[in-house]
Design a protein around this ligand. Sequence first.
Ligand code: NAP
Length: 287
Amino acid sequence: MVQALGFVGLGIMGQAMAKNLYGDEPLTVYNRTRERTRALQEMGAMVVDTPRQAASASQICFIMVSNDEALRQVILGEDGVLAGMSQGSIVVDHSTVSPAITKELGGLAKTRGVFWCDAPVTGGDVGAQNATLTVMAGGEALAIERIGPYVARMSQRLVHVGALGQGQTMKLVSNLIGGLNLMAAAEGLSLGLAAGLSVEALEAVLPNGTAASFELQKILDRHRSQDFAPGFSVENRYKDLDLAVELARQLGQLVPLGETALDVFGRHRARGYSKLDESSYLKGWER
Ligand code: NAP
């Protein structure tokens, strides 16, 4: 029975997930930028100064940071999570990172008697707020069984997809498809508007036929609101396309659409849009 939980990384996703996670057990949280811990502190969570302190106060420590570099930063070193975890405890990494770093850090954890579950999520910022995420987990079945009741507070589905690293592999596949959908939706909407179709007609037809997708709906919603505040940032979308293409290269697998998407979306990122929502890709078509 777990007596205490930790959470490291309270960005857009982590903050919403930690709020849903917080239940009867004490929750200890860490975020690099202290300001972002305030809401959890007001709910009663303990705020600490280092990832190590969050880890040493918990038997299961959840992580939700940006990328490989950030993960390395919070896991390793004398103030890192691994320095604080006790034998038999579990690191649950919800970040989207490379399968390679997962195997490296998960392997290191194992040498210290600590379990590692790579457990990236899909469902967006709204899914994090509403606890409707789907979680794809890699790692040992025993550990995934133990985290199940806690992950259930933040999600509607937890699928054990394979060994350590396979959760991240699944996430890269999911986001390659999502990224291509997003870019196709923006391209199609822009073509329709340029050809004189009304927004109303496009909204009435596209989501109700074979063009329908999560990303199409997002593009239509953001086009209407012209609100490009980040739910999922351009930076993160680019990072995930890059990771998927890199995985394909390692396997000698062809991903021609992924290669093109990485190049085209990279140019959008380079125009200064990196902190906006991924749907700001639409703006590129207006130029
Ligand atoms: P975010 O709002 O930018 O949050 C990133 C978090 O990582 C923040 O807590 C940030 O701390 C921390 N961080 C970044 N670099 C760090 C470093 N060097 N050392 C310590 N902490 C560091 O991003 P997000 O949207 O929550 O995304 C987090 C992860 O979830 C990403 O891997 C993303 O791909 C994935 N994801 C996002 C979505 C989505 O819809 N947003 C959906 C599924 C998966 P500070 O507050 O100090 O910057």
